[in-house]
Design a protein around this ligand. Structure first.
Ligand SMILES: Nc1ncnc2c1ncn2[C@@H]1O[C@H](COP(=O)(O)OP(=O)(O)OP(=O)(O)O)[C@@H](O)[C@H]1O
Length: 925
């Protein structure tokens, strides 16, 4: 991570803890925006990853990238999902403990994509055997099935998950994935019967109609045209350009066979899907007594056939309600409105429970069969992926939003508690005094919702289960009576005059940690299950509707309590594991790449609790590193530690920071780590390190160290820094210019120096155009020229593209901000044409005009590239660092000068006097 600090002015900091004003939302947003504009969608807050949906394909999810992150220290590479996934995996393997990765954010923010990418990462990078391939395939293929039944097109997202998902991936002692388990939360059943304009029902309905073969549709009594089904057309967008239902149907069908579904299962499953469509087409009319009767018997016959239930009982249960009178049960006829309500309730119940059945069925197929596959079935660890809906505020917020927001409230509590705990533990472990951190504890809101007897859910339960008719208004009255004086609860009756206007009579408002939300109490009650379904011949329905539920002596659990209990056990599951967090942010409402909507994002930063998390994470120290790592990086800043320090790393670090002048209040030394309190201290150290890299090889060593101390101190004072910049601009002398650039946190200039060094290669007085005085140092490895880890996976490929590249004798290296593939290079015949594969495909390789005669190599990692090229050429001593200008001589013996100047735009050109000039922009560095 430190390696990227030099570019922080342009691309922001990779970790929000390094923001100077860490409590400022504006500074937070600025950093996020800067990075997003550079396609850097990931940023850390400590070990939490913030991800902004790019809404376009980025070249950062290739197998090469996966290999790059595999086994690499968390902070060595730019922030990435793979770093989070790899870190959890490596700690799991070395410490044999369980982990979870919590991915949250609002609809369309990229949660599901993130969890799929993590799953793919494990599928590609974890060890496996032929036998285990099947587990891997099942893990991957469970996704399209769950998405078909649990996802839908909404206004915010064409493939929106309408349920919460927690998936455990189980690993054996060798770190191979051997099984999985899924828990689902709160599928949005209301969508089955109603969709808003521009939205669809669950994908599976459209897939079946579009992709199912003729015989199947005929057997189900369905027509291919979705317009024929009332439940599919309310949103008026049955066909969507971005969704290929036919293709998705094929994937789902194939997935069924891989995840062990029998033909009978599939038959029953689609019998249910079709029944829901038939249910939606049932119409009621009034008989002469004002009671509901079914208008046309066609659909009900299909349902009776497909669900294997008795026709007349089914009819009766849609048009009548059972009432207990004394010890007898009597049937009371429903009016038309209530009959429609009952019809929709059946459709929702059938679909919702079938979804739960589906998840259980998938779990059966993912069940860890490691006993068969491996000799050691005892040691298993898991990584859980939690892809859960973020905080939701809609125009009308119903019971579903209430559950979702309660869930977020709980998870926020967990996040803060676990972060605080982790911080506290680390301080304790390191022997550093703990300083209490003030933060907002949202327990008070969780209690308001979940407390036994006193909380909102208990009150709802009581209302549902008490004798007599419960209504939305009676529920509201009970709430006012029991929690009316709670500071985070308001109704219209309780509100002051100003607030009253914005709350309806059937509403209640909660003041959540993330803001206030008004909920509509209408529809908080659900109907008891239908007896007719308990006797179904359809195996799935029979499993889903148990006769035992009808037992009046048992108090059935309400939906709210079920949700609360499942949430409690989820929290328990999570508490027993090591956490990692991914917070996804949606950058705009239009799914548009590159658009950063400040207002929208500011809201999400708040809802996701990011500022609170940053405050907790930064309250003590902004930065911490193991002594060994810190010393390895910065040892060149102190004569006592450079080039080698032979004592304990902790002592080396102590010498080093004393030498460069850390003040006591800036740091603490723990047992194994150094803790740095302020980002500016780290930045100054990093800048001094940059400076040092360039000075090496051109200034006598004692002089370097005194310059470095000055440099470190200089970087600490912003004024001084400004002064240096100004001095560089006005004086124009090469030396002061160089000073100014180096002091201005230069990244570009550093790269130009390297550029110069490569250019200078053919110059000199040696034989032909052999180099004469080459100094070589790889800054990251002391004096040996070893490529950094990220290059270990780079395989040089001998390749020559005749159309795109002319062989040349010399190579000019230019840089751009984007990560480019390093194209080709021919250096003095020593290297053949080498294609160094970076992280993308070829292309976009601009050339200087022919007259300049140099091929341009564009890449992100200039140092690494040059090093690699030198190694390939077996010329480890090719690198020379020069100041301001350099002389060179080309093959024909012609001499030239190359000059570095400040310009409006970064460019390389031949000046009128024939001099090759490199312009760089001072304010861009
Ligand atoms: N890393 C990414 N790279 C490219 N596109 C992405 C990425 N993440 C998300 N997207 C785009 O954004 C869309 C929405 O993402 P996703 O379905 O993951 O959102 P979500 O947060 O899971 O939403 P919901 O809560 O509605 O399910 C994707 O279909 C994809 O087009």
């Amino acid at each position: 991570m430190e390696g990227a600090l030099i570019a922080r002015d342009r691309v922001g900091v990779q970790d929000f803890v390094l923001l100077d004003s860490h409590t400022s939302e504006t500074a937070f947003l600025n950093n996020l925006r800067k990075r997003y504009q550079e396609n850097l969608i990931y940023t850390y807050i400590g070990t939490l990853l913030v991800s902004v949906n790019p809404y376009k394909e980025l070249d950062i999810y290739t197998v090469t990238q996966m290999q790059l992150y595999r086994g690499v220290n968390f902070f060595e590479l730019p922030p990435h999902l793979y770093a989070i996934a790899d870190n959890a995996y490596r700690v799991m393997c070395s410490e044999y403990n369980n982990h979870f990765i919590l991915i949250s954010g609002e609809s369309g923010a990229g949660k599901t994509e993130a969890s799929k990418k993590i799953l793919q990462y494990y599928a590609v990078t974890c060890p496996t055997t032929e036998q285990l391939q099947i587990v891997r395939d099942r893990l991957l293929l469970s996704n399209p099935v769950l998405e078909a039944f649990g996802n839908a097109k909404t206004l915010r997202n064409d493939n929106s998950s309408r349920f919460g998902k927690y998936m455990d991936i189980q690993f054996d002692f060798k770190g191979a994935p051997v099984g999985g388990h899924i828990l689902s939360y709160l599928i949005e059943k209301s969508r089955v019967v109603h969709q808003n304009h521009g939205e669809r029902n669950f994908h599976i309905f459209y897939q079946l109609l579009e992709g199912g073969d003729k015989d199947l549709l005929c057997w189900l009594g369905l027509e291919r045209n979705p317009q024929k089904y009332a439940y599919l057309i309310q949103g008026r967008c049955a066909k969507v350009f971005s969704i290929n239902d036919k293709n998705d149907w094929k994937i789902v069908r194939k997935a069924f066979s891989i995840i062990d579904f029998t033909e009978k299962d599939i038959e029953h499953l689609f019998g249910i899907v079709a029944s829901v469509l038939h249910l939606g087409n049932i119409q009621f009319e009034e008989d002469s007594n004002g009671h509901a009767i079914i208008r046309d018997g066609t659909q009900i016959k299909w349902i009776s056939k497909l669900l294997g239930v008795h026709l007349s009982i089914l009819q009766e249960s849609l048009t009548h309600r059972k009432i207990e009178a004394r010890s007898e049960e009597v049937l009371s006829p429903l009016n038309v409105d209530l009959a429609f309500y009952a019809r929709d309730a059946v459709a929702k119940a059938i679909y919702g429970r079938t979804f739960t059945w589906l998840v259980n069925k998938i779990n059966g197929s993912l069940a860890n069969k490691v006993g068969f596959l491996s000799s050691d079935s005892t040691r298993k660890t898991v990584i859980g992926l939690l892809d859960i809906y973020g905080f939701e505020v809609l125009d009308t917020n119903s019971f579903e939003q209430f559950c979702i927001n309660y869930c977020n409230e709980k998870l926020q509590q967990l996040l803060i508690e676990m972060t605080l705990k982790a911080e506290q533990e680390e301080y304790e472990l390191e022997g550093i005094e703990w300083e209490p951190i003030p933060y907002f504890n949202n327990k008070i809101i969780c209690d308001l919702v979940e407390q036994k007897h006193k909380g909102i859910i208990s009150i709802l339960d009581e209302e549902c289960l008490r004798p007599g008719e419960a209504t939305d208004l009676s529920f509201l009255e009970k709430l006012e009576e029991k929690v009316g004086d709670h500071a985070h609860f308001v109704t219209r009756k309780l509100a002051d005059q100003k607030t009253r206007k914005s709350i309806d009579w059937v509403d209640f408002r909660l003041l959540h940690y993330a803001g206030e939300v008004t909920y509509c109490a209408v529809g908080s009650f659900s109907l008891p299950p239908f007896q007719v379904l308990c006797n179904s011949k359809n195996g799935i329905i029979r499993e889903c509707f148990l006769l035992s539920e009808l037992d009046n002596r048992r108090r059935p659990e309400t939906v709210a309590t079920q949700f609360k209990n499942s949430l409690m056990s989820l929290i328990e599951i999570l508490m027993s594991k090591e956490p990692s967090y991914v917070r996804c942010i949606k950058p705009n409402e239009n799914k548009e790449p590159g658009k950063f909507d400040d207002y929208l994002i500011r809201h999400q930063v708040k809802y996701l609790g990011l500022m609170e998390h940053l405050r907790v994470r930064r309250a003590g120290f902004a930065y911490r590193r193991k002594y060994e790592l810190f010393l390895q990086r910065y040892k060149s800043l102190c004569p006592a530690t450079w080039p080698h320090w032979h004592g304990p790393a902790a002592e080396g670090v102590e010498r080093l920071i004393k030498h460069i002048g850390y003040k006591p209040e800036e740091y603490k030394l723990g047992r194994t780590k150094i803790f740095i309190r302020f980002p500016k201290t780290l930045f100054a150290t990093e800048d001094a390190f940059e400076f040092r890299k360039h000075l090496l090889g051109m200034v006598p060593v004692p002089f370097i160290f005194s310059r470095l101390q000055a440099k470190y101190k200089g970087c600490l004072g912003k004024r001084e820094y400004q002064k240096k910049r100004e001095a560089g601009r006005s004086s124009g002398t090469e030396d002061s210019l160089l000073q100014a650039v180096l002091s201005s946190r230069s990244c570009c200039f550093g790269r130009f120096l390297w550029l110069a060094s490569v250019l200078a290669w053919p110059a000199g007085t040696g034989k032909g155009s052999e180099p004469c005085a080459w100094h070589c140092r790889a800054p990251w490895q002391g004096e040996t020229l070893i490529p950094p880890r990220c290059f270990q996976y780079v395989t040089p490929v001998i390749k020559y593209d005749r159309n795109g590249f002319k062989p040349r004798d010399r190579l000019l290296v230019l840089t751009q901000s984007s990560a480019y593939v390093v194209e080709m290079a021919k250096i003095k015949q020593k290297i053949d044409y080498a294609t160094l594969k970076g992280n993308g495909g070829a292309g976009g390789l601009p050339f200087l005009p022919e007259t300049l005669g140099d091929a341009i190599l564009q890449c992100e990692h200039v140092f690494e590239t040059v090093t690699k090229l030198c190694m390939l050429a077996n010329k480890q001593s090719l690198v020379k660092v020069v100041q301001g200008s350099l002389q060179f001589r080309i093959g024909s013996g012609k001499e030239g000068t190359m000059v570095f100047t400040v310009g409006q735009e970064p460019q390389v050109f031949k000046a009128k006097n024939g001099q090759l000039t490199v312009d760089y922009r001072l304010d861009s560095v």
